[in-house]
Design a binder for this molecule. Structure first.
Ligand code: GLU
Length: 456
């Protein structure tokens, strides 16, 4: 239910300044506004606050809008650009000047200029913040603050107040870092005769060491783009960021966007700073990955493999092992919690041995304090077992396990399984030998065992 007192339609806004890439704190602000609007059948509007000409860039704006689309957030109405609304602000400025609420003041800092200053009524401003409670502020300390650098260049404070008024904004939900701007905005609202919207200031997102998550200190990790590049799902970013500073009041942790809209409740927004935990994000991401269809999963895996130069279909046809692709997808899926983990697997050499004969030193085949002869003996035995087994014994890892497991148990698991695994993967660490035999198939497993035996 709408919490505004006049019962009018809820209108909220997300007004990013296009002076950089979209910060995850901004994403969370956008999400909360979006949920609140949708839940109340209201409107979520977006406007571009590009009054800072020197720092605003079109490419940042386009990137931000694209990020919103990626997240699945659509906005109502047209997109306003403050840079295109100079005439509107000018109208308000003139009126305020005429009414004696704003005056032009000559400033000389280096050069002579005429700035517009707001005649501060010097009073106590009090507002009810729905997150933080009653907030009172003595505006005297703000002095006669500047609202335009010249008649054509309003500063942020004036532009925000005019735009929120003209678009009928009812609720302003924004980062706590804007709390100190609110008294100025309230004074300006009173001056232009705008109703006061309801304010909610959201807690900041903190790094694990409780410092403010900032670009200067934390680099790209503050940008949504960083997580997009890592291959996190938009569903997971939406889900996780919603839980940073808000809790649903139940144990539920995995939410879809529609579920968030229906569950979101501003009374559960916390006051204190909220820690961003990438491990938790990874876990949530994996949960959403598990909810994807197998086709969708495989498509993503295949695209990511392509990016690191692995075309599984080509490889499997070259190796004459058409089932390699279908066997490898679930295995890769089990090992990752975001798509970029596939790059890591590639870098760590955890993929190559499925398609290329492994290179390794003979010594690696020998288990702990065992010796080459012992390793050779066991590998020869396993080779025999594999040779004599029919194709259907290779249909899944349980079946390949039952081929060798009894022998391994009787002769020492480490003694048998270690050299077997190394012969197949050439790695200190890899999936177990039964999985490897299953994926490589009978013929390739036999070839690799023979190579290992020769080494010994
Ligand atoms: N343009 C401001 C920002 O990106 C928005 C401030 C507000 O929500 O009023 O931080």
């Amino acid at each position: 239910m709408a919490t505004n007192n006049t019962n009018q339609k809820v209108i909220v806004r997300f007004p990013p300044s296009p002076t950089g890439t979209l910060h995850i704190g901004n994403v969370r602000t956008a999400l909360f506004n979006y949920f609140f609007a949708r839940k109340n059948d209201g409107q979520f509007i977006v406007r571009i606050e590009d009054t800072d000409k020197a720092r605003s860039k079109k490419e940042y704006e386009l990137g931000m809008l694209e990020d919103l689309t990626w997240l699945g957030l659509s906005y109502s109405g047209e997109l306003w650009h403050q840079s295109e609304r100079t005439e509107v602000y000018k109208k308000y400025l003139h009126k305020l000047i005429d009414e004696g609420k704003v005056y032009i003041s000559q400033e000389t800092d280096g050069e002579n200029k005429e700035v517009a200053r707001f005649k501060n009524p010097n009073k106590i401003v009090t507002f009810e913040d729905l997150v933080r409670g009653t907030i009172s502020f003595d505006t005297t300390e703000l002095k006669d603050f500047i609202i335009a650098r010249n008649i054509n260049e309003p500063v942020y404070h004036l532009a925000v107040v005019v735009d929120d008024f003209e678009s009928g904004v009812t609720h302003i939900m924004r980062g706590e870092d804007h709390i100190s701007n609110t008294p100025r905005h309230i004074l300006l609202q009173e001056a232009i005769g705008a109703p006061q919207p309801i304010y909610m200031h959201l807690p900041l997102i903190l790094a694990p060491d409780r410092s403010k998550l900032s670009k200067r200190k934390h680099g790209e990790q503050v940008s949504l783009g960083y997580y997009r590049n890592k291959g996190y799902l938009p569903e997971a970013m939406v889900n996780y960021l919603s839980l940073v500073g808000w809790n649903p009041g139940t144990d539920q942790e995995i939410f879809t966007l529609p579920e968030l809209i229906s569950t979101f409740d501003i009374s559960q927004i916390q006051k204190g700073g909220a820690i961003f935990d990438e491990k938790k994000l990874e876990w949530i991401n994996k949960e959403h990955m598990k909810r994807m269809s197998i086709t969708e999963r495989n498509k993503n895996i295949s695209e990511r493999l392509e990016k690191i130069g692995i075309n599984l279909d080509d490889i499997s046809s070259k190796l004459e092992n058409p089932s390699l692709t279908e066997k490898l997808y679930p295995l890769i899926f089990d090992h990752i919690s975001k798509w970029s983990d596939i790059d890591e697997m590639g870098r760590a050499g955890e993929l190559a041995y499925y398609f290329d004969s492994p290179l390794y030193e003979k010594d690696m085949l020998v288990w702990k304090d065992s010796n080459p002869d012992e390793a050779k003996k066991h590998l020869e035995k396993v080779l025999e077992i594999l040779k004599n087994a029919s194709e259907e014994n290779f249909e899944n890892p349980e079946k390949t396990k039952s081929l060798v497991f009894d022998y391994a148990t009787e002769n020492g698991r480490g003694q048998v399984l270690w050299p077997l695994r190394v012969a197949l993967s050439g790695k200190e660490k890899s999936p177990d030998p039964f999985t490897l035999i299953y994926i490589l198939g009978k013929d390739e497993s036999i070839v690799r065992l023979k190579t290992a035996i020769q080494k010994l």
